[in-house]
Design a protein around this ligand. Structure first.
Ligand SMILES: [Fe+2]
Length: 388
């Protein structure tokens, strides 16, 4: 089937209608592609040129933190689970009028904020309303927050591009200024932008300490689990290009490469800032969801859970011993370790968490391997998600 890109809204349709089914523009189709990165690469060059022209290059740095929201009754369990299965430990725990927040940190890593709301307004509600996720209507990785040295200039330039934010002005605290986008129609993710002042603290003025502060289990193998390596967001086949182009327009990331896994109807797309930084992965179908019998695991996941972050990957030393110890402590995995030191990479996926819906990936990068992913591992890991 033809895939047609709308020149107005940049979304993709699989019809030959005269008008774009997404934005209504008439006769908008400029490019017909099928299983190709050509259009995406053309557009990513345009976005980078636009960033340079507008002065956005250098205004957004690496990932600073991610915000995972849970149901209030699952929040402490979600924190305990992360304490027991990653290298993260609690650095702050507080509540204010809007949220109860646990900040989990480990050296050299973006922080993980586990949050629950204390008021009913949730801009992500509609993005959680899917067959398997609506039972947990407040649960998802909601926001990826990037550092900026000049938030006011950043927001002014982005507004000139037509970008909207959730709040009319910057959220100003004693320790940082912050703003975030509404959830993306392509990913359901919000992107946040933070400018830190001198002391680093997420707690706003007047925040109170929380009553329950779980302690980290004393298990040596957890010391092997380090920084957040990447997060993978699953997006619909027809939204892949728009999701990546949108992300690049809001950050300083570039599109690096895509691995096509034909057998599972899936594409793993990687955007990077620099070689050593946190990477943003987008996984999409090659063609759209049809039904559970014929569609691959990526499109089935989106049908059941909506577009969202599927997994968080943590860099892991001594991964064979660590994997064995995690399994001994009761952790369930979707697949045994895949890859080898010779190939440069070993990885595995856990079963999704009941409290966050997130899969955890453990990843060991060996030596000077700079390929980021291997086709063999991507294929096996994609196939493993059929079992979740
Ligand atoms: Fe991954």
């Amino acid at each position: 089937m033809k895939k047609l890109v709308c020149s107005q809204c940049k979304r993709v349709s699989e019809t030959g209608q005269a008008a774009c089914p997404h934005c209504g523009a008439s006769h908008p189709f400029t490019y017909d592609f099928s299983q190709s990165d050509r259009y995406l690469q053309q557009e990513t060059r345009r976005v980078i040129e636009e960033r340079r022209h507008l002065g956005l290059e250098g205004l957004v740095g690496g990932l600073d933190c991610v915000i995972v929201n849970t149901e209030p009754e699952h929040q402490v369990a979600a924190v305990e689970e992360l304490l027991a299965t990653t290298g993260l430990d609690i650095s702050q725990a507080f509540q204010d009028d809007e949220y109860v927040t646990y900040v989990l940190a480990t050296p050299g890593s973006a922080d993980v904020l586990v949050r629950s709301r204390r008021q009913p307004r949730n801009p992500f509600w509609a993005f959680n309303d899917f067959p398997q996720s609506r039972r947990l209507p407040n649960t998802r990785l909601e926001t990826l927050v990037f550092a900026t040295p000049d938030l006011e200039t950043y927001v002014s330039i982005q507004r000139s591009r037509g970008v909207h934010f959730l709040t009319p002005s910057l959220v100003r605290t004693d320790y940082y200024d912050f703003i975030q986008t509404p959830p993306s129609p392509f990913t359901g993710n919000s992107l946040g932008f933070i400018e830190w002042k001198e002391e680093r603290s997420y707690a706003s003025h007047g925040a109170q300490p929380v009553d329950r502060r779980p302690s980290k289990p004393d298990r040596d193998h957890l010391d092997n689990i380090g920084a957040l390596d990447h997060a993978a967001t699953r997006v619909r086949a027809e939204d892949r290009d728009a999701a990546i182009i949108e992300f690049m327009g809001l950050t300083n990331y570039h599109f690096d490469f895509a691995i096509y896994v034909q057998v599972f109807n899936s594409i793993t797309n990687v955007a990077r800032l620099t070689a050593g930084d946190y990477a943003m992965v987008f996984t999409s179908g090659i063609s759209s969801y049809v039904n559970d019998e014929v569609s691959g695991p990526t499109e089935k996941f989106i049908h059941n859970y909506g577009p969202r972050v599927h997994h968080l990957a943590f860099r892991t030393r001594h991964i064979q011993d660590t994997y064995a110890s995690l399994r001994d402590q009761g952790m369930q995995f979707l697949i045994p370790l895949v890859g080898s030191p010779h190939e440069g990479l070993r990885q595995t996926f856990t079963h999704p968490s009941s409290y966050t819906l997130l899969v955890t990936e453990y990843i060991h990068r060996y030596g000077d391997f700079d390929g980021f992913f291997t086709r063999s591992n991507v294929t096996k890991l994609t196939g493993a998600t059929t079992r979740q």
